[in-house]
Design a protein around this ligand. Structure first.
Ligand code: FE2
Length: 312
């Protein structure tokens, strides 16, 4: 387990990197920008042999009091990519985030890359299109993204083999991306001392998450794992976003050996009943279900978000 208290940390290629069965051998270099405002880890995965990169789960800063967006986090990503001389091939979203806005369109404009998410984004767009009473101008066919990844779809990052796995439960559309030797698992598992993702958003399901998690835990023990979030566990004073499948299988406080699906579902549902909605859920979902694009301006040139009352 490694981590850092600073907002940025470099993770050099090491000889110890493991090899995931689901992908061909290959060590990927990972650099992480951590946003303490939303506890989100944006990972920049690169193939050292070619300098091709994927940016996974970016953050557009948002101040809900003023309704103002800004690009401090995304600009850190751009600065790293440019300084390292990387060519961005992919902008990958693990799911429609409920706690931060995606900066994917801003990054794509400056760095290029193919914006991709899982095929089940269509389900999320349908559910939240209804909740926000979106009109016909809101496409529910995933066309805001350049590519919709299927479960088991193989793709390349430079010379590295990669595979997309559908791991629903937190939301219907969650994906994990295994690139070379390393798994980027979004909101499924958190650090072993913190547990697992909540399942109480529309379309979430504890039993589905349990099965998705066990799909990930079937990867080889040495597989490196990068998380989308860290909130610090009660006994930990620093943020950590990297672990291994072996550590998760042995030590995860919610799914360690002996925890049945029934026990997990009961625990997860009881815990979720105590959680408030994420601070940015309403703005986040309206923007992220559009691939990170802001809603079109109204006739006065201003863009607006909706605030559905008594809906969530
Ligand atoms: Fe999430």
């Amino acid at each position: 387990m490694v981590g850092a208290g600073s907002s940025m940390i470099d993770r050099p290629l090491t000889a110890a990197c493991g090899i995931a069965e689901a992908a061909a051998p290959g060590c990927v270099h990972v650099h992480t920008v951590f946003d303490e405002a939303t506890f989100t880890a944006t990972h920049i995965a690169r193939d050292p042999a070619t300098g091709k990169a994927a940016i996974i789960d970016s953050v557009l800063d948002f101040d809900p009091a003023s309704g103002r967006t800004s690009t401090g986090c995304a600009d850190q990503v751009i600065a790293y990519v440019e300084a390292a001389g990387l060519a961005v091939e992919w902008l990958l979203e693990t799911h429609v985030h409920a706690d931060h806005l995606s900066a994917a369109p801003y990054l794509q404009e400056r760095l290029g890359g193919t914006l991709a998410i899982g095929r089940d984004i269509l389900t999320v767009q349908s559910v939240f299109g209804s909740i926000f009473n979106e009109g016909p101008d809101f496409a529910r066919d995933g066309s805001q993204f350049d590519h919709l990844l299927e479960d088991g779809e193989r793709f390349r990052l430079g010379s590295l083999d990669a595979i997309a796995l559908h791991v629903p439960g937190h939301t219907p559309a969650d994906m994990a991306y295994i690139i070379g030797d390393t798994a980027f698992i979004g909101d499924t598992l958190f650090m072993p001392d913190y547990g697992t993702a909540r399942v109480d958003f529309p379309g979430g399901d504890a039993r589905t998450l349990y099965r998705s998690i066990h799909r990930l835990l079937a990867l080889p023990d040495q597989t490196r794992v990068f998380l989308c979030h860290d909130y610090k566990a009660p006994d930990r004073d620093r943020f950590v976003w990297q672990t291994t499948i072996g550590e998760e299988r042995r030590d995860n406080v919610h799914v360690h050996p002996g925890i049945t699906e029934d026990a997990f579902a009961a625990m997860r549902e009881a815990r979720d009943a105590t959680l408030g909605m994420p601070r940015l859920i309403l703005p986040s979902i309206q923007i992220n279900m559009r691939g990170g694009h802001l809603p079109e301006p109204e006739d006065n040139g201003t863009r607006y978000l909706k605030l559905p009352l008594n809906s969530l």
